[in-house]
Design a binder for this molecule. Sequence first.
Ligand code: HAM
Length: 414
Amino acid sequence: MPEPLQAPKGTRDVLPPESDRWQSLVARFATACGAAGYGLIQSPVFEDAAVFHRVGESTDVVRKEMYVFEDRAGRKLALRPEGTAGVVRAYVQHRPPTPWKVWYAAPNFRYEAPQAGRYRQHHQLGIEVLGTDDPDLDVEVISIASDLYRGIGLTKYTLLLNSLGDDECRPAYNQSLTDFLLPRRDDLCDEHKERAAENPMRVLDCKKKACRDATREAPRITDHLCEACKAHFERVQEGLSALEIDFVIEPRLARGLDYYTRTTFEFQHHEIEASQSAIGGGGRYDKLAAELGGSPTPGIGFGSGIERILLAADAEGVFATPEARVDVFVIDVVGGAHARDITAELRRAGIKADRAFDGRSMKSQMKQADKTGARLAIIVGEDEAAAGEVTIRDLSSSEQRRVSRTDLLEELRP
Ligand code: HAM
């Protein structure tokens, strides 16, 4: 016998019943996005590698973690490590009318060291909007994430908020941060000793103690915003407060991707391990469309890891797996034809129904019925079959009654 094969390292099979919960999370998100005017985007899982190189040359996600490969015709492609770049590429390619509001639920691929909450294939729920830099849109985007978390019962998280400024104010801030960091370079963590100058704000976001200690007195971006960025940031804060969405301003928040301008945010859960505690994050990327060859178009969005949301839900004991897969279980101990016909009839009438196969015993079929969480069993034994009837049994109270087979549907309707 050949060795059984395993799923690749860092990937996971999501099986029922966990997948029931997964599906219901995606369905909730789809409904919320639909209710706010967002349409679904399905973009390719792989893109021209240049799409990502253009947006994240100095980030680990693109430099170290991307799955890059050549296809048979020698094209250099990459499995998408994140959702935004492909969506903006699609926007530039199709030039839809703005504001263009889209949502997705899709896999992403990063060659990371796998651990609980960190996978090589993970899945994000996300939205992206292109075409306006109105700060009220930032509030809308953040509130869609926040309402999703609240809606499934999460409470133990913090929304961190920052503004990274724009071309007007960020260069001067970066210069003053670099001036602060250079004389302290030897105190930084090993990685940032080398790379502090490349993206000085990432040193502030570094979780290592050396970098934390060395940057205690570092200048803060929020003290260096130009008038326009400041007004934008204030309006976002005002909007979040109006919608009663709590936040904490965190001037260290730089995020792991290069394209952000102005508003950035991250939702950090308190009960999952620090390096995986981000259940979602996002921000503005007002220059990205132009960097991908389109006309300058502001944009904003967020992405939230489905696996992380479910981990957080487990940690808080909320959003449990739905208990019942079907409403009705049909038990047929006279050959199976009744089960075949009744399940088909119920399903066509919109009632969730299942049955046993292989001519099992009454006892074994009852056990299976219990496992599905069904509320009712429809039983067809010798007596019922002979009388043209069925027994309807309530599986929690064990009460039962016989009804005519032809009246079954009527009897089941609420
Ligand atoms: P990100 O912060 O890299 O941002 O990822 C978004 C979320 O995906 C994280 O907060 C986390 O919940 C989840 N995630 C990331 N990597 C992994 C992993 N290896 N395993 C499990 N979950 C993971 C982005 O990807 C941006 N595209 C978000 C965005 C959208 N910004 C603007 N629009």
